[in-house]
Design a protein around this ligand. Structure first.
Ligand SMILES: [Zn+2]
Length: 353
């Protein structure tokens, strides 16, 4: 789902269920939690899914409506009693009702908007990264309020301490729990003492529910860049090389981690997922270790950051998200998809490359 569609939906719905008009809370901390429902299901098999609407258009604003959990499950369980024509009419009437109420000052609501907060967070990452290439994955509540969670809760600390790191040479390692400590934002696990060798990470769970996993790619970049320059100096020039397999492994691990934190520690129904690679200017993506046609590189990136950001549902399938994100980054780096797809068009995961 696109961010502008979600904001539009919450705004035009006036923070209310389109059917019963109960007030909803996007942060999920209250009893009622707003849920974004599909008028026509995302899949052909789902409720009202057997429809002419193309699958690619099903995440659009025009196919979404905001409901309370009760009505969401009702329209999906009793799909025959809630055909899409009826739902479109309900949505239209509800939005009209909201705008009338707002005009008369009867209704007011806090807008759902975390974009200002995300800008601030981004500035903090930039200064933390000190011109090195880091990958950052984060989840942010749609409405950012302080004290959404207690970061010193035992369950949260335990979850944080159980995290695996994407180790070098694809070895897994747990984070060191002695690096876990409270700070001004919430609770963090940070290890930067090997940064001169290019290794470091920072994982943070904020009091407001925002969580982030920063991982330094420099160690891997240094060794692969050295290797590539020796082999193909003309092609590489002054660029720095990011290995696709390693990037894919790091992003996969980060997303698995965030999903665990979300499931175990946070109640939000929807959150903004952001994947950012910092300090990317003049870096290239190297797609495979060995390829019969020789090494495959993209083109040197001309911007300081590559970012992909969208809203996800807590029940979104992780594999599907990882596919979307990795494809997008391969595209950002100027590689074509056959570099990472097998002959069946299926995504090649890091362990198979
Ligand atoms: Zn309702």
């Amino acid at each position: 789902m696109r961010i502008k569609d979600i904001k539009l939906l919450w705004g035009r719905s006036g923070n209310r269920c389109a059917i019963c008009k109960i007030e909803l809370s996007p942060d999920g901390s209250a009893e009622t939690i707003g849920e974004i429902a599909y008028i026509v299901s995302r899949t052909k098999e789902g409720p009202r899914g057997n429809d002419a609407l193309p699958l690619a258009k099903r995440d659009d604003y025009s196919n979404l409506m905001l409901l309370c959990p009760n009505h969401h499950s009702e329209i999906d369980k009793l799909a025959d009693s809630w055909p899409s024509s009826k739902l479109h009419q309900i949505k239209e009437d509800h939005e009209k009702w909201v705008s009338e109420q707002l005009e008369h000052g009867v209704l007011s609501f806090k807008p759902v908007d975390n974009s200002e907060y995300l800008e601030k967070i981004y500035d903090a990452w930039v200064s933390f990264s000190k011109s090195q290439i880091w990958v950052v994955a984060s989840l942010t509540p749609l409405r950012v309020d302080d004290d959404s969670i207690d970061p010193l809760d035992d369950a949260i600390i335990e979850t944080l301490n159980s995290i695996h790191l994407p180790g070098n040479g694809f070895r897994e390692s747990y984070i060191n729990k002695y690096d876990t400590r409270p700070d001004e934002n919430g609770i963090t696990n940070i290890r930067t003492k090997y940064l001169e060798k290019g290794d470091g990470h920072k994982i943070l769970i904020f009091r407001n529910g925002h969580c982030e996993f920063l991982f330094c790619l420099e160690g891997s970049i240094n060794s692969i860049t050295e290797y590539a320059k020796n082999r193909e100096p003309d092609k590489i020039g002054s660029s720095r090389i990011i290995k696709y397999t390693y990037l894919a492994l790091v992003i996969t691990k980060q997303l698995e981690t965030l999903k665990i934190i979300w499931t175990k520690c946070l109640q939000f129904k929807n959150m903004t997922l952001t994947i950012t690679i910092l300090n990317t200017r003049n870096s290239m993506l190297y797609s495979r270790e060995r390829d019969p046609r020789g090494a495959l590189y993209g083109y040197p990136v001309q911007t300081d950051r590559l970012q992909y950001c969208f809203i996800v549902d807590r029940y979104s399938e992780l594999d599907h998200l990882i596919d979307i994100i990795l494809k997008r980054f391969v595209n950002y780096f100027g590689l074509v998809l056959h570099n990472i797809l097998d002959h069946n068009g299926k995504f090649v995961r890091p362990e198979k490359l």
